[in-house]
Design a protein around this ligand. Structure first.
Ligand code: ATP
Ligand code: MG
Length: 328
């Protein structure tokens, strides 16, 4: 493909992220349907060209668990990437539409993400860096694939410079500034799997025993640093309020919580689990627990986790993902 913007006809808006937007388009010369991701990069032309060069690695990524890549081009001031269109969208959209996802499908998601991560790391030494339900896509053939992995160091830098890229799927060691490793992706996978199985973001239920969290209204949704916190009791002042006076918070559904508190919570409190105990298969509980060891040394790599009994079950499961994907 020699992609040119003029050859791409917009068909539908698919979604907006923090760094840009995604549209369903048709490549008219070949009548190929694609997803076009437009990323606004506030950087020098030389940096944009460097990003484009680095993105070319995606041409060499071939796996059934990785979104395929058609090409990228510059469209001032944006970088555009054309990738495989997944007609059922991302898993966050799916669970928000149909509710909590059946644990057997969740096991297939775990298998697909581990396969994708292992391929990226073993073959290309790429760490994903942004595993979350919105970056796990599904199509009507029942395939599950990952997208938005960190192929371009320059792109990662530019987005970090331009946007506040703190994600709530971040592992404790990343929050504390440690080096990114493939095990940080495993943490993000664990959080994502709980979110899909419960049908809500795992840090969203205030624990009444935890005064730090119960100060806040309602639920917490995944997101990034956004508007100032909205407090239940606006008159209340405490040390905590002063600490939060920078006014960064999580955005989502109108309910907010200080991101600083959430990040502290991730670092200091026990990791979330599949709850209530006994609702899900033991193997699923154990798998999620092993993704969410707070100490990265104790946490396994994607490759090691492929040997987990729950993943064996996922591999041999006869559950029909295609039929499932056609129920919504
Ligand atoms: P963030 O910017 O925080 O990473 P995000 O992943 O939701 O959030 P984008 O990557 O810009 O943001 O994607 C926006 C939405 O577009 C996604 O939530 C997804 O539903 C949809 N989308 C992205 N890529 C595709 C694709 N290849 N096929 C179909 N839908 C897609
Ligand atoms: Mg994305």
């Amino acid at each position: 493909f020699d992609l040119r913007n003029e050859d791409l006809k917009d068909l539908q808006e698919l979604g907006q992220g923090n760094g840009g937007s995604v549209k369903k388009v048709e490549h008219t010369p070949t009548r190929t349907i694609m997803a076009k991701k437009i990323v606004l990069i506030d950087a020098k032309p030389s940096v944009r060209k460097q990003i484009l060069r680095e993105l070319q690695i995606m041409h060499d990524c071939h796996s059934p668990f990785i979104i395929s890549f058609y090409g990228a081009f510059l469209s001032d001031p944006n970088v555009c990437m054309c990738i495989e269109f997944m007609d059922k969208g991302s898993l966050d959209g799916i669970y928000k539409k149909i509710g909590a996802i059946d644990i057997e499908i969740v096991s297939k998601v775990a298998l697909a993400v581990l396969e994708g991560l292992t391929y990226l790391y073993d073959v290309h030494r790429i760490i994903h860096r942004d595993i979350k339900p919105s970056n796990i896509l599904c199509n009507s053939q029942g395939q599950i694939k990952i997208c938005d992995f960190g192929v371009s160091g320059e792109l990662i830098n530019s987005i970090a410079d331009t946007f506040v890229g703190t994600s709530t799927y971040m592992s404790p060691e990343r929050i504390q500034g440690a080096q990114y490793t493939v095990k940080s992706d495993v943490w993000s996978l664990g959080i994502s799997l709980i979110e899909l199985a419960l049908g809500r973001f795992p840090f969203s239920e205030s624990n009444p025993d935890d005064s730090d969290l119960s100060d806040f209204e309602g639920t917490l949704s995944p997101g990034t640093i956004g508007l100032p916190p909205k407090r239940k009791d606006k008159e209340k002042t405490s040390k905590k309020d002063k600490r939060k006076s920078k006014g960064v918070s999580l955005q989502g559904g109108g309910m907010m919580m200080s991101i600083l508190e959430l990040l502290q919570h991730i670092v200091n409190e026990p990791a979330p689990r599949l709850i209530p105990e006994g609702r899900f298969p033991k193997e699923a509980e154990d798998f999620v627990d092993s993704c969410l060891f707070k100490d990265p040394d104790a946490r396994k790599t994607p490759k090691d986790l492929m040997k987990h009994p729950w993943i064996d079950l996922a591999r041999t499961s006869t559950f029909d993902c295609e039929a499932w994907a056609n129920t919504f």
